[in-house]
Design a binder for this molecule. Sequence first.
Ligand SMILES: NC(=O)c1ccc[n+]([C@@H]2O[C@H](COP(=O)([O-])OP(=O)(O)OC[C@H]3O[C@@H](n4cnc5c(N)ncnc54)[C@H](O)[C@@H]3O)[C@@H](O)[C@H]2O)c1
Length: 225
Amino acid sequence: MGTAIRARLQARGDTVVSADLHDADVIADVTVVAECERMVAETLALHGNLDILVCAAGVWVEGPTWQTTEDEWDRTIDVNLKGAFFSCRYAIPHLMATEGCAVLISSDYGLVGGPGAAVYNASKFGVNGITRSLALELAPHGVRVNSVCPADVDTPMLAGQARDYGNGDPQGYLAKLRATLPQAERSRFIRPDEIAALVAFLTSDEATPITGACIPIEWGVTAGY
Ligand SMILES: NC(=O)c1ccc[n+]([C@@H]2O[C@H](COP(=O)([O-])OP(=O)(O)OC[C@H]3O[C@@H](n4cnc5c(N)ncnc54)[C@H](O)[C@@H]3O)[C@@H](O)[C@H]2O)c1
């Protein structure tokens, strides 16, 4: 998703600095607070200011709660929640300077529960909590904060679910999903560029009135039943 967001924002003329554990402009582990600080500092050193922060790092962990280990809890919370929080924490002073904005990539599981996903749910509900809290805290400074809450997006993260639920066949997993999605056969895996388009909109001047929004992009699956 990060790759698609980068391409979309670059295409409209933004200067983008990517950060990841590997293969990025800035190598950083967002579970380490000092690395979040360095990631922001290196970005500023490269380009002088910061208008937009997008937090897209994440891990998917699932399984029966009664088998969950402390390591699984720590890894999920540390990447998805702590990483997003401390990325914001160090970016905020610079976003205040530019009256910029942040978009946190949350999940449909930040809006509704999922069986076997209690830890992931905790992390993504937390991301949406941060989104709403920061939107209010930073509104007087002209900084907007929103989140994007996708269902299954066709990225490497999805490959694990396709393996586990579709006997290795992504189409098998898709068939299972369609059985539960309101739009049934009309639905499909969401494309990363569709997430990128929403991020591009949320970080554009057209989205100036939008802050504190946790926007589903999930075929309506969180709308009700
Ligand atoms: N793919 C989906 O179906 C889906 C659905 C809903 C939400 N999401 C969320 O979207 C975001 C992007 O996921 P994706 O589908 O692109 O997954 P992905 O696995 O393709 O990419 C996640 C990226 O996060 C990076 N990362 C992991 N731990 C890190 C760390 N400690 N420090 C820095 N970077 C780290 C990985 O190296 C990887 O490049 C995640 O937050 C994920 O939870 C994904």
